[in-house]
Design a protein around this ligand. Structure first.
Ligand SMILES: Nc1ncnc2c1ncn2[C@@H]1O[C@H](COP(=O)(O)OP(=O)(O)OP(=O)(O)O)[C@@H](O)[C@H]1O
Ligand SMILES: [Mg+2]
Length: 303
């Protein structure tokens, strides 16, 4: 099946990190890192162990304050001093441990801390209906919303964690290694889910070590090496070999590789031949139309 994925007429920049640095004692986890994400875009963040991926997203999640650099959200400079600040901006982070309550059912997990109430107490009917609506929208395969999440498979648990992150309609969803512990079929399910997130217009940041996953689902791929930018690639043109070369340092991304342009330059989505994302000297190539993207996981019929 080759249904073209419709692309939005423009992609608004949601988040821009510039020259971010972070050290832990003598360890320089991040040096001068640039990173950005647009609405309806899946950006993969890749790199070897210790490259700084988790540290970068923990700065967005309000776990660590950066030592240097700036973060703009919707073109306004912001300080993210706590996880509550991050959530209030519209950033949801799904860490690898998922932080689900095993003994509670799917509905209770989704609405934990944000329960809907009526005058008589919890509005279980409304919460259950909205849970089903959300799961249907995500084409998620969960057998029942009234079973404890302990009874679900790894992929289904990941689905519940992603669905929970969407309750507040975040602008940016961060997934740290969502498929690391999953089998083939479950991985395909989660990749499908990530495509649904893109369709819903969320900016998605995906940390992964799996090149096949990254190439299947990402629009843009950002490589970190030893805490520095080492290349930005459009997924449609990248190969496992070019990515591995950037990860290992066989190719240099030009140090501070991808200075994001000022927001005014990326508001309108330009025509072919002009890159909305790459700054001068950046290795990124012009963003192709979605119709020319590699087949989505759905098109390949994996799910
Ligand atoms: N809380 C911390 N205290 C001290 N050092 C830390 C801390 N968090 C990360 N580091 C160090 O910062 C560097 C980057 O770590 P980070 O976890 O961001 O890497 P990563 O790219 O996520 O790696 P992995 O693929 O193994 O998850 C590493 O050298 C790590 O040891
Ligand atoms: Mg990590």
């Amino acid at each position: 099946m080759s249904t073209p994925v419709s692309s939005p007429p423009y992609r608004k920049r949601v988040l821009t990190m510039r020259a971010i640095s972070k050290h832990f004692g003598a360890v320089k986890a991040l040096t001068d890192v640039d990173f950005w994400v647009n609405e309806g875009e899946v950006v993969a963040l890749i790199g070897d162990n210790g490259a700084g991926k988790s540290t970068l997203v923990k700065i967005l999640a309000g776990v660590h304050p950066p030592d240097g650099g700036t973060i703009d959200f919707d073109d306004e400079e912001v300080a993210i001093a706590s996880p509550a600040d991050s959530q209030a901006l519209g950033i949801e982070t799904i860490f690898q441990d998922l932080a689900l309550c095993d003994n509670l059912d799917v509905v209770a997990n989704l609405w934990l801390g944000r329960e809907l109430t009526t005058s008589g107490g919890l509005d279980e009917v409304e919460m259950e209906q909205r849970t089903w609506t959300l799961l249907r929208e995500l084409s998620a395969k969960v057998p029942s919303v009234r079973i404890p999440v302990a009874a679900l498979s790894g992929g289904q648990r990941q689905t519940v964690a992603i669905a929970r992150s969407l309750i507040g309609e975040p602008r940016v969803v961060i997934l740290d290694e969502p498929t690391a512990a999953l089998g083939v079929a479950q991985t395909a399910e989660v990749l499908n889910l990530i495509e649904r997130l893109r369709e819903r217009g969320h900016g998605v940041i995906l940390i992964s070590h799996n090149m096949a996953d990254v190439l299947a689902v990402a629009d843009r791929i950002v490589v970190l090496r030893l805490g520095r930018n080492n290349g930005v690639f459009n997924a449609v043109d990248a190969t496992s070999e070019t990515l591995v070369a950037a990860i290992t340092g066989a190719t240099q991304g030009g140090g501070k590789a991808a200075e994001p342009p000022p927001a005014s330059r990326i508001e309108a989505r330009p025509g072919a031949g002009e890159s909305p994302d790459a700054g001068p000297g950046a290795p990124i190539i012009p963003m192709p139309s979605k119709a020319s993207r590699r087949p989505s996981t759905r098109d390949r019929g994996d799910a």
